[in-house]
Write a protein that binds this ligand. Sequence first.
Ligand code: NAD
Ligand code: DAU
Length: 338
Amino acid sequence: MKLLVTGGAGFIGSAFVRMACTRGFEIINLDKLTYAGNLENLELVAGSPGYRFVRGDICDAGLVERLLAEEQPAAVVHFAAESHVDRSILSPGAFIETNVRGTFTLLEAARKARIERFLHVSTDEVYGSVEPPHESTEDDALRPNSPYSASKASSDLLVRSYWVTYGLPAIVTRASNNYGPYQFPEKLIPLMVLNALEGKELPVYGDGRQVRDWLYVEDHCRALLAVLERGRPGEVYNVGGNESLENIEVVRRVLAETGGNDAQIRHVTDRPGHDRRYSLSSEKIFHETGWRPEVSFSAGLPLTIDWYKRHPGWIERVRTREYQQYYEANYGGRGLKR
Ligand code: NAD
Ligand code: DAU
C-alpha cells in the first residue's frame, strides 16, 4: 500500500514513517521542514526502496495535486501542522495557515484525486478542558481554548464536511499527549529531561496540577495503522494512553529518573488559557480495531530519557538560534534562571 504522509519529518510523523516502512508500506513524505521538521529523524529509512521525500508546503495546491496524480497513493496520512500551544499563543498566524488552509488544500486535492482513505491526525485538545470524572467521547462538543486547538478543531470540521458533502472517505483520530524519542525539546517531557540532566531550572506553569494523558509515540503510530486498516470512513477515534498524570508528577518522575533534585522545580507564570484537564475515552478504538496501548508511562519514560542521553548531537543541532529565541520569548518574561 502506498501512502502520502504529510509532516513525516516531525516527531510523530517520523515515528510513523519508520514503523510503516518496516511493515512494507511505500511512503511519499511531504514536509516543509519548518523548525520542527528534521531529516535526521528519518536516517533509518532514507535509503529504503519505496521511500521518497519531497520538500514542500501542504498549502501549495499545485504541488499537492501533482504529487497525488503522479504517485496515486491509496491513502493520505496527514500529520503536518504547527503543533505547539505556546508558539500558537506567541504567534498564531502560521497555525491558521498550515492547520486550517493547509488541511483544506489537501482535502480539495484528495477529493479531486478520489483518494480512498484520508486519515487526519488530530488531538484531544479540541474538546477543551473537561471536568473530572468525565472522559471525552468522540461525539462531545468541540470547545478549543488556544489558537492551536482552535485551528485543529477547524481542520477536524473541514474533514467532517468533506465526508458529509463529497463522500471523501476520511477518518479523524484524536490523540492525547505523545512522548518518546525524537520529540522537539520545546515540549514538556524532553524540555524537562534536558533541563534536569543539565542541572537547570524546570519551569512548571502555574501550580502544575493540570492533568494530561500520556501516550508513547509508537503506541500512537500502531493506533493509526489500525485505524487505517480497520477504521470506518466518516468516523472519529480517540487515542489515549490510559496514563493520566498531573504535570507536577511528570516533572517529579523525570527528576527521579535522571538523578535530579526537586529543588530544580520552578513554578512560573501560567500559560494563558491553560486547560486544566484532558481525558479521553478510547473505548471506540478498542472495540472497533482491537488496538490497545502497550507501553506504560513507567516503561516509556526511561526509554525516552535513555534516548536523549544517547543523542547529544541531535539535541545540539535542534537547539538552534531560532530555538534559543523561542526559549527567551516564552520563558524570559517568566523569570526563569538559565
Ligand atoms: P511536529 O511539530 O513535531 O511536526 C510537524 C511536522 O509538520 C514537521 O516536520 C514540519 O516540518 C511539518 N510541517 C509544518 N508545516 C508544514 C506545512 N505547511 N507543509 C508541510 N509540512 C509542514 O508535530 P508532532 O508533534 O509530530 O504532531 C504531528 C501531528 O499530530 C500534528 O497534526 C499534531 O496536531 C498532532 N498531534 C500531536 C500530539 C503530540 O502530543 N505531539 C498529540 C495529538 C495530536
Ligand atoms: O494534548 C495533545 C497535545 O499535546 C498535542 O495536540 C500538541 O500537538 C502537543 O504539542 C501537546 O500539547 P502542548 O503543546 O500543550 O504540549 P506541551 O508539552 O507544551 O505541554 C504539556 C503540558 O505541560 C501543558 O499542560 C503545559 C505544561 N508545561 C509545558 C511546558 C513546555 C509546563 O508546565 N511547562 C513547560 O515548560
